[in-house]
Design a protein around this ligand. Structure first.
Ligand SMILES: [Zn+2]
Length: 147
């Protein structure tokens, strides 16, 4: 079971949805969130933060370590920002913040083809999905690199 959590960034302009895998981590483990706009005003501290294509998530590492040791039996030193993000314990719900919205917009044009030519629709859809994933990898989104 995954609980969804929405967090607003420090400047207040953007919001991102998070997944907390198996509810191991409480949402307080996400100490601060910086969108590409407000992240330019802070220094990246790799011991508590993860950078993802302009976004920065700052974790409460003390809390994260405490929970990981207590609930997962993982040695405290293995609990890093990358661990929290890549293992899904406190990560984007989507591949990147705002992905679902983007998909909706991009897909609309393709869905219009369905009525006219179903065969072409499936081809277009497949091409779009492949091109999209290649683009996200190229843009450098962290979760796209893991796929
Ligand atoms: Zn912001």
């Amino acid at each position: 079971m995954c609980m969804e959590v929405k967090i607003r960034c420090e400047c207040g302009q953007k919001e991102a949805s998070f997944n907390l895998r198996d509810n191991i981590m409480p949402q307080e483990v996400i100490f601060s969130l910086y969108c590409p706009r407000c992240s330019s005003e802070i220094e990246l501290n790799e011991s508590t933060m993860i950078w993802d294509n302009g976004w920065i998530i700052e974790y409460d590492m003390e809390l994260a370590r405490f929970m990981a040791v207590a609930k997962l039996g993982i040695p405290a030193e293995k609990v890093t920002p990358a661990f929290l993000f890549d293992e899904g314990y406190a990560t984007w719900k989507e591949l990147y913040p705002g992905e679902l919205e983007d998909i909706k917009n991009e897909k609309e044009a393709i869905v219009a083809i369905l009525k006219e030519d179903p065969h072409r629709y499936f081809k277009e859809l497949r091409d779009w999905a492949n091109a999209r994933m290649a683009r996200l990898k190229e843009e450098g989104w962290r979760k796209a690199q893991l796929i």
